[in-house]
Design a protein around this ligand. Structure first.
Ligand SMILES: [Zn+2]
Length: 309
């Protein structure tokens, strides 16, 4: 386990380029998955092209971050202004990968799970922000994955990995532990997510809002909430259990009110029409709420109980 037993700084430097590449692929997903034509949703065999003029992008112009800087943010062929979203998603991908060994012991299941969750939230934030779509093709596999992440701990609870702590000292951490296990790994343990909690999170995340929506439909004869939001809550429930999922829902709704209402009022003062189906990208708020709940939810909840009790 020599390679895993490295200082976080070295791991960050090794991981960051992968993060930039995954960020670059994230841009492809964000652009193509919400497309209406199934042929345009191909993210596997179709090469990158400029959305402005359809010219294929030269490989060296496609290098994350540097390609954009080199081109000064414009398509080499037609001068189409490349949205800041492209380098931003690449940068966030790089930061996500670089930050991962600082919060989770590198090489463990929770490190992988945290990375997958963070990457999925990055993509979904931007598909919801730009197109108000949370693609099923991502969210259904995430639901399955969330449940699968609870199984290895049943299979090998005694498996350990060595993690760097300080020069000449390392600690053993559980390889397949799937609850929050922050670096340094010796403290900050939280309860593991069991398969029961994961399944319950999936069911409550999908079921409760779907039921609410049925009631809404029955009264207003229209969909009040996007089904994509439920599916997002469902996979977040499968990843982190039902209780944190509810925390994400409440914090996300709070953020939606705090940030969304001023935005709607701003639209109104600008004279833009606001109809009954003016929707907020709720998935964006859920994506922002998730890391807060995952990392600080327990402390916030205990603090809240302390205040109330
Ligand atoms: Zn172009």
């Amino acid at each position: 386990m020599l390679l895993l037993d490295l200082p976080p700084l070295i791991l960050s430097i090794l991981l960051a380029p992968f993060g930039l590449v995954f960020g670059s692929f994230g841009n492809v997903l964000i652009h193509r998955l919400p497309q209406e034509n199934p042929a345009d949703r191909n993210v596997v065999t179709k090469g990158s092209h400029c959305p402005g003029c359809k010219t294929p992008i030269k490989p060296w112009h496609n290098v994350p971050l540097f390609g954009w800087l080199w081109l000064r943010g414009r398509c080499a062929a037609c001068g189409w202004k490349i949205p800041v979203r492209y380098p931003l998603v690449e940068l966030l991908g790089g930061l996500l990968f670089a930050a991962s060994p600082w919060v989770f012991p590198f090489g463990t299941l929770i490190w992988f799970k945290g990375l997958i969750c963070g990457y999925a939230l990055l993509i979904l934030f931007f598909t919801d922000f730009t197109e108000m779509i949370l693609p099923d093709v991502l969210q259904f596999p995430l639901m399955v994955l969330g449940v699968l992440f609870t199984l290895p701990q049943l299979w090998r609870p005694e498996a350990f990995l060595r993690v760097w702590m300080a020069p000449g000292s390392a600690v053993d951490v559980q390889t397949f532990y799937n609850g929050l296990q922050l670096s340094p790994a010796t403290h900050g343990f939280q309860p593991a997510v069991t398969w029961q909690q994961s399944l319950l999170g999936l069911a409550v995340g999908y079921g409760a809002p779907a039921l609410l929506n049925q009631v809404y439909k029955w009264i207003r004869k229209t969909d009040g909430l996007g089904m994509g939001d439920f599916k997002m809550l469902a996979w977040l429930g499968a990843f982190w259990g039902w209780a944190p999922m509810l925390g994400i829902l409440f914090l996300g709704a709070g953020l939606g009110v705090a940030l969304g209402l001023p935005l709607m009022l701003l639209k109104r003062t600008k004279g833009e029409a606001i109809s009954g189906n003016t929707m907020l990208p709720f998935g964006c708020f859920l994506a922002l709420a998730t890391p807060v709940v995952v990392f600080f939810g327990r402390a916030l909840w205990l603090g809240y109980l302390g205040v109330v009790g």
